[in-house]
Design a protein around this ligand. Structure first.
Ligand SMILES: *Cc1c(COP(=O)(O)O)cnc(C)c1O
Ligand code: SF4
Length: 457
């Protein structure tokens, strides 16, 4: 028998929680899905057809499982939301209907009037100024060597917190959406622009959501971009695997189209990967594991981008569980974003300090390459900045100042913590416009950003 010196004590059971995925026919506890067998539930067309889009559909689906107060709260929430509502049966069945107010999946997709709080006074609809960095419809060219291509405006679900609520989804009572290029004929301008800019090596295909592209259009886009000699890297971004993983299993034409462009890219020395968007460890079940396994066996690299959302993943243990669960499925956690300054969802944002604290807890819990970078996509078009790299952070007033020397040198970009997280005295300051200007100017002065023309974005 070997003598063991300095043995690390066995980890508590909790340390393996990330490997314990929800099993079985979990959807059958939802009244409308009680009679739904596995084959039907895994059918992506059935999932799409039964997605919940109206308060009435929500009521018929969950019936008396949720209280009538909850349904009324949701009805008023739907009315006031800047985003249209669409939730897959998969997501509906992962919500804990005994406690829907606190459920992380409910929080992401179903707005409740009772939870809404007023927006930060400095908030705009397109906070990332994507429209100002858009040379042709559907293309955002902000960084030197990479661009974002938005080929469609529909998604398999609609997230309350969507950064692109200015364009994504059908018009709502709150917002008339900007029109993106949506057809192969309309995409030609974007392809041509990319072809004419040799510095563009890296294209992100986002949206909208590539899950909703017919397989032949996914291939068309992939091939058009791979045909451009200077395009070296491509990412297909989709929320799909998080909220409708079965599509990867039951829509083989789509999965094969993805595989075809990944393979063609590999043969020509170009990287094509899938970027997905899991926010809660509860989104990951045995179905997800099976779907991700298909991609892994085909050699498709999958990375994840999460948004830090209050009540969803803004506590250290939940984030750690999410990160470890993704790693377990061979999905690399890439980014955790500060929630953008999006209209109508102030209840979902949290502070830069919260991101810093969570990052500290997560780092060291698993492989470094599976540890996400926490970033703030600088409002005003500064691009993504490591949350820690602020030039100045006024924690009291909730103002973080960033600069982006390789994106827009000499500019200051300001991120605001949600006001309800600040002290009552500070909240009172934010009511007065002159005080707002003064606090922001002081923070920018303290940041001391060097540049030719220092402007406030
Ligand atoms: C996020 C983003 C990219 C990609 O940035 P990475 O940091 O490389 O992931 C490219 N263009 C725009 C406009 C973006 O918002
Ligand atoms: S899936 Fe992505 S693009 Fe679509 S609503 Fe959600 S965050 Fe927005």
């Amino acid at each position: 028998m070997i003598e063991i010196l300095h043995a690390k004590p066995p980890a508590p059971r909790e340390a393996l929680e990330h490997t314990q995925l929800l099993q079985g026919e979990f959807w059958r506890k939802i009244p409308a899905y009680r009679e739904v067998d596995e084959k039907t539930f895994l059918d992506h067309l059935w999932q799409q057809k039964h997605s919940v889009k109206t308060p009435q559909e929500l009521l018929t689906t969950i019936g008396k499982v949720a209280s009538s107060e909850f349904i009324e709260d949701a009805r008023l929430g739907f009315e006031r939301a800047p985003m249209a509502v669409r939730v897959s049966p998969y997501a509906i069945s992962l919500i804990d209907w005994n406690d829907p107010y606190r459920d992380p999946i409910r929080t992401q997709f179903i707005p409740l009037a009772s939870r809404l709080i007023s927006d930060h006074p400095r908030l705009t609809l397109d906070s990332l100024h994507e429209q100002q960095d858009s040379p042709v419809p559907g293309l955002v060219h902000r960084y030197v060597d990479k661009a974002l291509f938005l080929p469609l405006a529909v998604c398999p679900v609609y997230c309350r917190f969507c950064t692109r609520s200015y364009a994504i989804g059908p018009d709502t009572e709150e917002v008339d959406k900007v029109t993106l290029a949506r057809t192969p004929a309309q995409w030609q301008d974007a392809f041509q622009y990319i072809a004419e800019r040799p510095e563009l090596e890296d294209i992100v295909v986002s949206g909208g959501d590539a899950y909703q592209l017919p397989p032949k259009n996914l291939e068309l886009i992939g091939n058009a971009l791979l045909d451009i000699p200077h395009v070296r890297r491509m990412r297909i971004a989709t929320k799909g695997p998080a909220i409708m993983p079965m599509k990867l299993l039951t829509h083989p034409e789509w999965t094969d189209a993805l595989t075809a462009i990944v393979d063609r890219g590999r043969r020509s020395g170009k990287e094509v990967v899938l970027h997905t968007h899991f926010n809660s460890p509860n989104e990951i079940t045995w179905i997800t594991e099976k779907a991700m396994r298909v991609l892994f066996e085909r050699g498709i690299v999958v990375r994840n981008q999460s948004v830090l959302i209050r009540g969803v993943n803004d506590d250290p243990k939940t984030m750690r569980l999410l990160v470890k669960r993704l790693g377990h499925l061979n999905v690399h956690p890439y980014y955790v974003y500060m929630h953008d300054l999006v209209r109508g969802v102030e209840d979902l944002r949290t502070t830069v300090q919260c991101a810093i604290d969570i990052e500290k807890f997560v780092r060291g819990s698993t492989a470094g390459f599976n540890t996400p970078t926490f970033v703030c996509d600088a409002p005003g078009g500064g691009g993504k900045r490591d949350v820690h790299s602020y030039d100045f952070y006024d924690r009291e007033n909730g103002i973080a100042v960033y600069s982006a020397p390789s994106v827009k040198p000499g500019q200051a970009f300001v991120y605001f913590d949600p006001i309800d997280k600040l002290t009552p005295e500070v909240q009172a300051r934010w009511v007065i416009p002159e005080m707002q200007d003064e606090m922001i100017r002081a923070a920018i002065r303290n940041a001391g950003i060097q540049g030719e023309e220092l402007v406030l974005a």
